[in-house]
Design a protein around this ligand. Structure first.
Ligand code: HEM
Length: 507
């Protein structure tokens, strides 16, 4: 390392030590967690190496506390490990816990600060959040987007019938096609569509977890030049920066050109373009570009991960699959696909969808929150500017078994277990605004897959044997590793039902 970097590092250490001393006043009690060391605080105590959510949950058990407190070079970090603590802090005290941390790598170096999911709390955030939220309210979804979901599910089932071995591609195609139609009125025709490929590239170059890069710990490193030894993060940031521009500009320019030539399909972009900009500092072009790009970047991958977990669960728990199919036979019959109108009569299938959200968290550590003011919890002090991670994994993952009946009322729990959507989509004022849309897409895809296919392990394994060798990726979105699966038409006319749905929905 050069003398500049060493000096930078020493300055950062000195400052952070001072701020460490300063950030926990002597009369304040520290919340449970590993004891900080001089100079570095808890730097070496922080879980690393992937699947940090499991390690945080283990630490929470070790310290017998549902919150853990760390200081990393002076910056406080609170990790919430229970549903109750997340509800109390993030939901009920939303006025304090709704900021985002600085996130040097992704916001400053990759220049993703246009993205509402990363924006600091305030007027600009509220304007963007309102626009996205309004577009994904249940009434708007039902009126404008259900038909898109229905059409793409029929096409997806057709592709699974033709090439059942390519589930991952088919899910990528379907979830990408739904989002591109909703956001930009663009019809995706194949999994090689350039916008799907771009979204894939964005994901490949995105940070695993926003806020964990070395430059987030030592912001001074952001000034290192790209050519500098050890500054490979600058090259990664340059690629991320270019993709951040392309993913906002290219689909937006396409919809703008179609609008000007009178060929645009009504969508979120055309709707926002016809309205006045709600922010003085941003042109309408800029505002619409940013709103649509956040939906484009956030909407598809999480839904695909939930559907892969669902598919896996169906051959691990064949009894659950059979019960859901009995319900579908009773309610839907065998000459059509399920519809949104059937939902109220398919309570077990709905619970299978909820269980798919709970069984394996798709975004186990969510997006970090930050505090806007000093606070106290369980007698411990939480300073303003604390980064707050909601560990969704222990909030939903106990126990492990996939059991849709857990939501039924029991004498001990008259309301059944809490709806996992209350944790899987994050918390408080930053809760996922796409949650109703995601749940609708998941419900109908799950109902349709169960209706037309028997989903089985290639060697007819079930239970833990069928899970042998499956691992889940680390990162912002956690996917199961590749697995082989058989999709067999469940009844003789199932392929005809799918083809009929494709034809009527294409018409
Ligand atoms: C199964 C599917 C999905 C899951 C599991 C999921 C999960 C999450 C989580 C955990 C967060 C962080 C919440 C927090 O900070 O507490 C989030 C934020 C967000 N999600 Fe989703 N999401 C899904 C689908 C979608 C879809 C379909 C859209 C768009 C239509 C979307 C748009 C967003 C946006 C814009 C944010 C940032 C909100 C903010 O910072 O205020 N998500 N999501």
């Amino acid at each position: 390392m050069s003398s500049v970097a060493v000096l930078g590092l020493l300055a950062a250490l000195l400052l952070s030590t001072l701020s460490y001393v300063w950030c926990l006043p002597s009369n304040k009690r520290r919340l449970p967690g590993p004891k900080p060391k001089i100079l570095i605080g808890n730097l070496i105590d922080l879980p690393s190496g992937g699947h940090e959510w499991i390690q945080y949950a283990a630490l929470a058990r070790k310290y017998a506390s549902d919150v853990l407190y760390f200081t990393v070079l002076g910056t406080p970090l609170l990790v919430i490990n229970s549903f109750e603590a997340a509800r109390e802090l993030l939901d009920k005290r939303g006025a304090v816990y709704s900021d985002r941390p600085r996130l040097v790598m992704i916001k400053e170096l990759m220049e993703w600060d246009w993205n509402v999911a990363l924006m600091s709390y305030g007027k600009r955030f509220s304007a963007y959040r309102r626009a996205v939220q309004q577009e994904f309210q249940p009434t708007v979804i039902a009126q404008s987007y259900h038909q898109v979901i229905v059409r793409e599910i029929a096409a997806f089932l057709g592709r699974v019938l033709e090439t059942p071995d390519s589930l991952v591609d088919h899910l990528k195609h379907m979830t990408g096609a739904i989002i591109m139609m909703v956001a930009y009125g663009h019809q995706v025709k194949s999994v090689d569509d350039p916008f799907i490929a771009m979204n894939e590239a964005v994901r490949e170059h995105a940070e695993e977890h926003p806020g964990v890069a070395l430059v987030d710990v030592f912001p001074i490193l952001k000034y290192l030049p790209t050519w500098f030894p050890g500054a490979s993060f600058q090259r990664a940031a340059a690629i991320g920066r270019e993709l951040s521009i392309r993913m906002r500009v290219e689909p937006y320019n396409m919809v703008k050109a179609r609008t000007e030539s009178g060929n645009a399909i009504p969508c979120m972009a055309t709707k926002l373009l016809s309205q006045d900009p709600p922010l003085e500092e941003a042109s309408n072009d800029e505002f619409v570009k940013n709103c649509c790009a956040v939906v484009y970047s956030a909407g598809a991958d999480t839904t695909a991960a939930a559907l892969r977990n669902f598919t896996l669960a169906m051959f691990v728990y064949p009894d659950v699959q059979r019960r859901a199919q009995e319900e579908l036979d009773r309610v839907v019959g065998r000459d059509r696909l399920p519809t949104f109108q059937d939902q109220a009569k398919l309570p077990y299938v709905l619970k299978v969808m909820k269980e798919s959200l709970r069984w394996r968290a798709m975004s186990p550590l969510g997006v970090p929150h930050a505090t806007l003011e000093d606070d106290e919890f369980q007698g411990g002090y939480i300073p303003k500017g604390t980064t707050v991670l909601a560990n969704i994994y222990p909030c939903t993952r106990n126990p492990d078994s996939f059991n849709p009946d857990r939501y039924l009322p029991t004498p001990e729990k008259p309301d059944g277990e809490p709806d996992p959507a209350r944790a899987a989509f994050g918390f408080g004022r930053r809760i996922c605004p796409g949650r109703f849309f995601a749940e609708d897409s998941l419900f109908l895809t799950i109902a349709s897959m169960l209706h037309v296919f028997t989903i089985s392990h290639p060697e007819s394994l079930s239970g833990n044997d069928a899970l042998e060798g499956i691992t889940w990726s680390s990162g912002l979105v956690s996917h199961p590793s590749a697995f082989a699966v058989n999709f067999t038409p469940r009844f003789h006319s199932a392929p005809d039902v799918v083809r009929a749905a494709q034809t009527s929905r294409d018409a």
